[in-house]
Design a protein around this ligand. Structure first.
Ligand code: IMP
Length: 198
């Protein structure tokens, strides 16, 4: 079975991807492939960032590499925080590592205070680069932004995201249920379809 490096240091993400792609690839983490770096996301779109990460990982390991980029897009805020989801509350003098999901959530709730349209989606782009081909997959999952945190599970914006599919906050859903409808799941399914047809 072909080896595939996941260009991420997030254990949860790697496990989720391994579960979905396990029948097709021998999935290894960057660490298992001997790579211990954080690849900087300098793109302005989800796809650009995923390509940057997949290519950087391939260049350093020589192995087919898979990268994702994801974020939350809120309709009433013209798609913000979007590609800036991880660093939404970052002020000019704050360092990335000091930022917490709580600060991002607080800022989002405050920016939505006087806005009626709270519909939102999580978006994910997955990119596989094998040295010649770039194969990508796209996925989204829909819902709305709650007015306060509900549930303590998940990560990032999960406590304020009401999932239309699960009819509950992502932070109350089990990992198994979330993984069935998540933007990452859908992007991986889409990528697999393109991979099998390529
Ligand atoms: P990245 O794909 O690791 O760059 O994630 C970007 C940011 O989007 C994360 O730091 C989270 O804030 C947010 N995000 C992406 N996916 C999810 C999710 O499934 N739940 C909650 N937040 C998410």
């Amino acid at each position: 079975m072909k080896k595939l490096v996941i260009a991420s240091n997030n254990k949860g993400k790697i496990a989720e991807i391994a579960e979905i792609l396990g029948g097709h690839f021998e999935v290894v983490s960057m660490k298992e492939a001997g790579l211990e770096v954080d690849i900087e996301e300098t793109g302005t779109t989800f796809e650009q960032n995923a390509i940057i990460k997949a290519k950087a990982c391939f260049e350093r390991t020589g192995l087919p590499s898979l990268a994702d980029d994801s974020g939350l897009c809120v309709d009433g805020l013209d798609g913000a925080p979007g590609v800036d989801s991880a660093v939404y509350a970052q002020s000019k003098d704050a360092h990335y590592s000091q930022l917490t999901s709580d600060q991002n959530i607080d800022l989002l709730l405050s920016n939505l205070k006087n806005i009626k349209d709270r519909s939102a989606k999580f978006v994910c782009v997955m990119v596989l680069f094998d040295g010649t081909r770039i194969i990508s997959g796209y996925g989204e999952t829909h819902g709305k932004i709650l007015s306060e945190r509900v549930g303590a599970g998940g990560f990032g914006y999960d406590p304020i995201f009401w999932s239309d599919d699960l009819e509950q906050s992502f932070a109350l859903a089990t990992a198994k249920d979330k993984n069935k409808v998540s933007h990452r799941r859908r992007a991986l399914d889409d990528l697999l379809k393109h991979y099998q047809n390529s």
